[in-house]
Design a protein around this ligand. Structure first.
Ligand SMILES: [Mg+2]
Length: 118
């Protein structure tokens, strides 16, 4: 079972990686958000032009590339939250609670509408 200490350890590893390269100068919140979005789009690109019936094959055949892009997104999440003092663990738990309120099981089960359309 992972816990908050593992998350903080990963943030420290990212910080060390960036400090060694003197990258803080490039890591304002806008550019970190752009980086996160770019990496999410690199993940999306792996599925581009694939039909629904091809998605399982993409998952299998490009698993390493997918894992790399997900990790790139995670890198930016860790870096953003570390530099701009957001407790990612608490923020995630808080947002999960909000989502539980937005998507009550009796309304959201088997329904993928956004919460304001439930
Ligand atoms: Mg990437």
């Amino acid at each position: 079972m992972q816990d908050i200490n593992d998350l903080k350890q990963l943030q420290t590893m990212v910080r060390t990686f960036c400090d060694k390269r003197n990258w803080k100068q490039f890591h304002n919140p806008k550019d970190l958000a752009i980086g996160m979005s770019v990496e999410a789009n690199e993940l999306l690109d792996l599925f581009r032009f694939k039909q629904n019936e091809e998605l399982d094959a993409v998952l299998q055949n490009k698993k390493e590339a997918i894992a790399n892009e997900i990790s790139d997104v995670f890198f930016y999440l860790l870096r953003f939250s570390d530099l701009y003092d957001i407790d990612l663990f608490d923020a995630f738990l808080n947002k999960l609670k909000i989502n539980e309120q937005h998507y009550p099981v009796d309304k959201a089960k088997n329904n993928n509408n956004k919460y304001n359309d439930l």
